[in-house]
Design a protein around this ligand. Structure first.
Ligand code: NAD
Ligand code: TDX
Length: 335
């Protein structure tokens, strides 16, 4: 049984973090949850509506050492989601990615080191670079790091900081590297919500290049259930890869969205490809499954996607305020 009672969640107003807070309040009511979030363009307090009374919300940055010191000192464990998370933004301006992903993670590590607090670092499969379409291999915890973008290289840097703090200072940390998430509360800049809200707003969906790129989709609730498993039962210093065998190419994802939303199959535009666009990600989650007994609940991507479409249909008030600004920024880049 875990000794954790006071849980600090960084980035809890973002997509995965907010879903994590909802799941935690529901499944683990014994935790006292504090969220630390800077409420950047990607953070939205409305994503915590419904659980707001069950948690403490602190508006602030993980790069604020004094604030982090105080909050970590009052916690038994930290689950670290906060990041600049969008590849396209990192190509346009890498600076905030260095500050939040690298300096912010460093700031948290120094605080957990001083206070002897358990740390879980949430990361991405993108640290491993990409695979050829016909490569039979998937990413494993032993795959060498080879990140492509400013985003993924700063996430790789943050992972390496965590590993070094484990080895050099004995920090009690675990890491997880997950594949592409989908589900409620995902920002409209990301692929799936962008296309769903384009259709809902009467705009044409936008596919980068030929759309042959493959992502390994996992429902956000399955990701977060795995994070809880690692937090409760993972071994300190270990890396767990999280994925649900959900490889689908972008063209097929878009075709499924169009079909589920009653649109013609050709009702989309092909636009300028992403610079350095990773071709394929694929996760081997054997360690997570065998060591911690984790299993995904969303095994039919089409069903999860249909539920996600319904969520965006029902929550226009949540996504609409972001939509125009995001599309204007894409349009300026020819995307
Ligand atoms: P997101 O962009 O939706 O949310 C990020 C949150 O962090 C926002 O609420 C934002 O306000 C907050 N934040 C940003 N800078 C901050 C700072 N300096 N201090 C405090 N808060 C700050 O991101 P997401 O998609 O929910 O991703 C969460 C984490 O999961 C990230 O670490 C990301 O690398 C990782 N991850 C994401 C995916 C995915 O598919 N989205 C997959 C694997 C791993
Ligand atoms: O309009 C679009 N059209 C398009 O074809 C957008 C926004 C994306 N794409 C493509 C690019 C990718 O091949 O769709 C794929 C998915 O794109 P994103 O949603 O931007 O995700 P990705 O770059 O794969 O990264 C995501 O998964 C790993 C998250 O944003 C990261 O935070 C996470 O680490």
């Amino acid at each position: 049984m875990s000794q954790i009672r006071r849980l600090l969640v960084t980035g809890g107003a973002g997509f995965i973090g907010a879903n994590f807070v909802h799941q935690t309040v529901e499944r683990f009511p014994q935790y006292e949850v504090t969220v630390l979030d800077a409420l950047t363009y990607a953070g939205n307090e409305a994503s915590l509506a419904g659980v707001r009374d069950a948690i403490t919300f602190v508006h602030g940055s993980i790069t604020d050492a004094a604030l982090v010191e105080e909050l970590v000192g009052a916690s038994d464990a930290v689950v670290h989601f906060a990041a600049e998370s969008h590849n396209d933004n990192s190509l346009a301006d890498p600076a905030p990615f260095l500050q939040t992903n690298v300096v912010g993670t460093y700031t948290l590590l120094e605080a957990v080191r001083r206070h002897g607090v358990r740390f879980h670092h949430v990361s991405t499969d993108e640290v491993y670079g990409d695979l050829e379409l016909d490569d039979p291999r998937k990413f494993t915890p032993e795959t060498p790091y080879n990140p492509s973008s400013p985003y993924s290289s700063t996430k790789a840097a943050s992972d390496l900081l965590v590993r070094a703090w484990v080895r050099s200072y004995g920090v009690q940390a675990t890491l997880s590297n997950c594949s592409n998430n989908y589900g409620p509360y995902q920002h409209v800049e990301k692929f799936i919500p962008r296309q769903i809200t384009n259709v809902l707003a009467g705009r044409r969906p936008r596919l980068y290049g030929a759309g042959h790129n493959v992502r390994d989709w996992i429902h956000v609730d399955d990701h977060n259930a795995a994070v809880h498993d690692v937090l409760e039962r993972g071994r300190a210093g270990q890396t767990y890869l999280i994925g649900a065998d959900g490889e689908v190419d972008n063209r097929t994802v878009l075709a499924t969205i169009l079909e589920l939303m009653g649109q013609p199959a050709d009702a989309f535009d092909q636009v300028t490809d992403r610079a350095g666009h990773d071709l394929r990600y694929a996760i081997d989650a054997t360690k997570l499954r065998e060591e911690l007994g984790w299993r995904p609940r969303y095994t039919e991507f089409r069903d999860g996607l249909a539920a996600t479409i319904e969520w965006y249909r029902d929550h226009e008030d949540w996504w609409r305020p972001q939509k125009e600004r995001v599309e204007a920024a894409y349009a300026a880049r020819g995307q």
